[in-house]
Design a protein around this ligand. Structure first.
Ligand code: T1G
Ligand code: NAD
Length: 680
């Protein structure tokens, strides 16, 4: 490499975040290179695994030491440089990292690099020129797509779009250095940009679909400034929008979820160097609603999987469903023909359980009956080789009791997928009393390969997600008795941000599952406590939801659209009358308070019982398992945003009105009293 080219490195492991110290270093290095007559050109590169993941998110809201240049300052200095500056990108250039590269006079990358402006996923907009320089480089339409979706794209695509000037065939730094010598001082912010009203209209329409998220629409406004205002005003407008959003509750929530997703895999007593079992092949028992989806997760991740079923017709039905789902993905172009064939080759069905003997993990997804599960685990224990992890997908049964039916309880764990298993991101990993650290570490690593968000939970009825769902549903049922109707409750929580209300969701999942659970709990249900008979009465009418064409709602033939049913309204009013309850209307906020605060209170009980390790884990369960709005950070973070004093006050009031079910969790009471938060 010519010594006339100075390479300036960004060196801040693990992701070269552009924190205060890095910015100061870059500014100094740039000034030194400009002052050095020997130096004709500069290459900017990252040390370690990537170019840069952008601004250091942990520094947001914190004051930088006096005299620290802002990121826009550094990028402007690079762009104004009188010597060519070329960005040499490997690994990832994201957010401020890509903005820095856009300030350079040219960009070159290794072919496996990924680039993008994911700021909207953090509830902000690119704040260092990205919304102004990118449209100048690739046009408004492409820039809008990248900025409002916030996805990282592969280098070849970035090259095709014009973000990159070159893909390095050999050594990246040498290629960058030879490009640097003689690269013209092409300043992106001085390039013209053409307005494109139809692109803006389409982007606004698409952004409206990300219901509740503020950042995508704000990003469009910033790009519009680039297309309609003089450059200087456009940059100012972007900064204004950025500073407003970075201080917003939404961005605080989304940043917290970002770190929570990385924190969830850190189990205090399972050190990072715990031995991990490599999962080369897998088995699934039961090819029903869940078994089929779980098998697809393995095939999608490239892991050969055998699905075993006791009922041949169920196996045939299950495999047909899987084939149908893959076929529709292929015909919609979501997966290529090769990928379709690869997945179908990796997935096979059998009634011969001995084909599971050499697998590294078997996930059981048979009927939710303890005796059936224990007999299946006894069989697996004798069939499978030593070391095979035996996992159960039970929604609520005692994992310790299931483990107790084997000679290898340390290899037994709950892997609770959510329906549809090939879509929902969440996997509750249920730690039994004897589950080994190796089993836990192996399943967490597997979850990453299956592109799942794994959260460790303890053994209790319904674990974290369903246990909180029971409390949430109980409140909703009491609201029906007190005066509301199913569509009113659903509408209120959907407006709050959930994808679906409790009654449309129950009809989708099937009311018979909940009914079976309630019947099983009947013996232990604390009789003095309030219990709504409305769901049971609806099931007694043979109404199990969408699958029977009627549940809390009725459904036109072939339609999944819930239609409020007067028959259900009069059933509910009848129950209120029987109970002597004077029905009254409820506002949206009252409904949200009752339902969401019930979630929060149950979440607090789960935390104090140690069923979940941290509040952020509880939030991930509801964000990835039930679609709780990510921009609210999850129920526990939302509670902190509202203020625990207010939440506690309301729960205490509900306790007075309704009795034991809504007794405030001691943790909630204490934190409210001490002015603490669940995050503490
Ligand atoms: N700031 C601080 N920490 C970060 C970080 C960041 N930008 N990115 C990652 N980390 C931490 C992360 O918490 C984890 O920590 C470790 O690094 C490894 O991360 C002005 C204002 C780059 C694709 O949104 O998407 O620039 O858990 O496990 O799987 O417009 O990290 O080990 O303690 O995720 O290899 C915009 C965010 C910032 C990119 C790598 N940038 N990062 O994935 O590693 S806003 C982003 C990622 C901005 C400007 C604005 C991913 C990655 P720990 P990891 P990975
Ligand atoms: P399902 O009734 O759709 O499927 C169960 C399948 O297991 C059936 O095909 C049945 O033939 C098969 N089976 C039963 N006994 C068997 C045996 N001894 N050997 C092999 N196969 C056997 O049920 P599902 O909804 O897929 O639920 C399966 C498990 O997943 C349950 O424990 C349930 O609680 C849990 N779960 C369900 C959901 C959901 O939304 N449906 C979500 C999470 C977890």
């Amino acid at each position: 490499m010519s010594d006339k080219v100075r390479v300036v490195f960004i060196d801040n492991p693990p992701v070269n975040g552009l924190g205060a110290a890095v910015r100061t270093h870059l500014m100094k290095e740039l000034e030194r290179a400009l002052a050095d007559e020997e130096v004709e050109a500069i290459v900017l590169a990252g040390k370690g695994k990537m170019f840069s993941a952008g601004a250091d998110i942990r520094e947001f809201g914190k004051k930088a030491p006096p005299g620290t240049p802002s990121l826009p300052d550094v990028i402007d200095a690079v762009e104004r440089s009188t010597k060519p500056v070329v960005a040499a990108i490997h690994g990832v250039a994201a957010g401020g990292g890509l903005e820095l590269a856009l300030g350079c006079h040219a960009r070159i990358a290794s072919s496996d690099a990924r680039l993008g402006l994911p700021e909207v996923t953090l509830g902000i907009v690119p704040g260092a020129g990205g919304t102004q320089r990118l449209p100048r480089l690739i046009g408004v339409r492409e820039a809008l797509g990248l900025i409002t979706e916030g996805k990282l794209i592969p280098a070849p695509k970035a090259h095709a779009l014009g973000i990159l000037d070159e893909i390095a065939s050999g050594d990246l730094l040498s290629a960058a250095a030879s490009r640097a010598s003689g690269t013209p001082l092409r300043r992106t912010s001085e390039l013209p940009v053409t307005d494109d009203p139809s692109a803006f209209a389409e982007a606004e329409k698409a952004a409206a679909k990300s219901r509740g998220f503020e950042a995508p629409l704000a990003a469009i406004e910033a790009v519009k400034a680039a297309a309609t205002l003089p450059a200087e005003q456009g940059f100012r407008k972007e900064r204004e929008i950025f500073l407003k959003l970075v201080a917003s509750d939404q961005s605080k929530a989304l940043r917290r979820v970002f770190f929570a997703e990385r924190e969830a895999a850190k189990i205090p007593d399972v050190p990072p160097d715990t031995n991990v079992k490599e999962i080369v092949s897998a088995g699934v028992i039961g090819c029903g609603t869940m078994g089929g989806g779980i098998a697809m997760c393995f095939a999608n991740a490239g892991i050969p999987v055998v699905v075993a079923e006791s009922d041949p017709s169920a196996l045939e039905r299950g495999l047909e469903k899987i084939f149908g789902l893959y076929e529709s993905s292929r015909s919609k172009g979501r997966i290529s023909k090769d990928e379709f064939e690869r997945r179908m080759t990796l997935l096979s069905g059998t009634a011969d359980f001995s084909r599971l003997s050499q697998t590294d993990i078997v996930v059981e997804a048979v009927f939710e009956e303890m005796d059936i599960k224990k007999s299946v685990f006894r069989d697996l224990d004798s069939i499978c080789k030593p070391g095979t992890i035996l996992a159960t997908n039970t929604s609520s049964l005692d994992v310790n009791e299931i483990a107790g039916s084997t000679s290898r309880p340390s290899s037994v764990i709950g892997t609770h997928f959510f329906s549809p298993a090939n879509v929902m991101k969440l996997m509750e990993c249920v730690r039994g009393a004897q589950t080994s650290k190796e089993t836990i570490a192996s399943v967490f690593q597997l979850a990453k390969r299956l592109d799942k968000v794994a959260v460790l939970v303890g053994v209790c009825d319904g674990f974290v997600g369903n246990r909180m769902l029971y409390a949430y549903r109980r409140q909703a049922d009491f609201l029906l008795e007190d005066g509301a109707l199913p569509h009113e409750v659903d509408q209120a929580v959907v407006e709050f941000g959930l994808p679906m209300g409790p009654y449309a969701m129950a009809d989708l999942a099937g009311l018979d599952i909940g009914w079976a659970v309630r019947k099983r709990q009947e013996a232990t249900r604390p009789k003095p406590l309030r219990y709504s008979t409305i769901p049971d009465r609806i099931c007694e009418l043979g109404r199990f939801g969408q699958k029977t064409g009627a549940g809390f709602y009725r459904y036109e033939k072939g339609s999944r659209t819930p239609v409020p049913d007067p028959e259900i309204a009069s059933l509910i009013e009848g129950v209120s009358k029987e109970l002597g309850i004077e029905r009254r209307p409820f506002t949206r906020d009252e409904i949200v308070e009752r339902c969401i605060y019930a979630l929060i209170n149950e979440g607090a009980k789960i935390l104090e019982e140690g069923i979940a390790l941290r509040a952020s884990d509880v939030d991930l369960v509801w964000i990835h398992g039930f679609g709780f709005p990510r921009y609210r950070g999850g129920p526990m973070f939302y509670a902190d945003t509202v203020g625990l004093k207010k939440v506690y006050g309301a729960v205490a009031r509900f306790h007075e009105e309704q009795g034991e079910w809504m007794r405030p969790a001691p943790l909630l009471e204490r934190l409210a009293r001490e002015g603490g938060t669940f995050q503490d």
